[in-house]
Design a protein around this ligand. Structure first.
Ligand code: G1P
Length: 289
């Protein structure tokens, strides 16, 4: 079995739920405490053993590429002022030469189309998809949980989690072959099912491990929900010939493409910081008085 070495990060979305901030700053670069959402996502990928990140970008997203490059003036300034810890932090997360690729999705045709844009860079090997809106944390990096599950059962893995009541129609939803433990064989999936028709309350939450055969299916995939080329529809086709397992991962998800989700992430991550937690707690309690 080939190892999962590459991750595709679709970052072309316009971020309409967090406008106007996302008009000029890509939503993936909005801060959670003091670093962009993408910084956490890349750290999660590296903790899961990812060696190459493929960003599927679009117009107005050049700042993402710049974020993962040297900023010569800034680094010289920090060096001159003796701010060596901050400098080490900034330089420390830069990619190794060749660790990242950027490909443009030239038109917003949907998540399936975005993933398909990465086909030549991924090639003929299993790969991960990480939806960068979904900031996830757990005792083990959530993507690593998915990759470990894939090493156990093979095929394709979709990370899922229970949805708050009445919300499942907004997501991709999976159907399971009975439920025993956190890793279960799937029998179906549907993107944005009409209210009341959801096959379960488990929604597709933003980490996938997929086999490269998905690309040939995506090439001819017809438009589905929202008139977009949906990854879920292509996966449903692939499920006719390959196994899919749903993994209920251990951890917490923050939907940072949403105003309240982004706020929750900021508060939660600030409270956990050893250097800021005390002050963050005092500030939150003060606001609640
Ligand atoms: C996408 C996926 C959907 C998934 C969701 C998670 O939908 O198509 O299956 O549940 O992300 O956020 P979108 O948010 O692009 O509508």
């Amino acid at each position: 079995m080939k190892p999962v070495r590459k991750a595709v990060l679709p970052v072309a979305g316009l971020g309409t739920r967090v406008l106007p901030g996302s008009k000029t700053v890509p939503k993936e670069l909005l801060n959670v405490v003091d670093r962009p959402i993408l910084s956490y996502i890349v750290a999660e990928g590296r903790a899961a053993g990812i060696e190459h990140f493929v960003f599927v970008t679009g117009r107005g997203k050049n700042a993402i590429e710049d974020y993962f490059d040297h900023h010569i003036e800034l680094e010289a300034q920090l060096q001159a002022k003796g701010k060596t810890a901050l400098l080490a932090e900034i330089v420390g997360e830069l990619p190794k030469p060749g660790e990242m690729s950027f490909v443009r999705q030239m038109q917003p045709h949907g998540l399936g189309h975005a993933v398909w844009c990465a086909r030549d860079i991924v090639g003929d090997e299993p790969f991960a998809v990480m939806l960068p809106d979904m900031l996830m944390e757990g005792p083990v990096a959530p993507l690593k949980q998915a990759i470990d599950a894939q090493a156990k059962v093979g095929g394709n893995i979709i990370v899922v989690e229970p949805c708050p009541p009445g919300e499942a129609h907004k997501y991709g939803v999976v159907a399971l072959d009975g439920a025993g433990g956190r890793l279960n064989k799937m029998t179906g999936m549907v993107e944005k099912p009409p209210k009341g028709t959801e096959p379960s309350n488990l929604f597709i939450s933003g980490r996938y491990v997929l086999q490269p055969e998905i690309f040939a299916i995506l090439a001819d995939q017809e438009r589905g929900a929202g008139n977009e080329i949906q990854l879920t529809d292509a996966m449903a086709t692939l499920m006719k010939s390959q196994a899919f397992h749903a993994l209920e991962y251990e951890g917490t998800t923050y939907d940072c493409g949403d105003k309240i989700g982004l706020l929750r992430a900021n508060v939660a991550f600030a409270l956990k910081r050893t250097d800021l937690g005390g002050d963050a707690r005092a500030a939150v309690l003060d606001l609640l008085k």
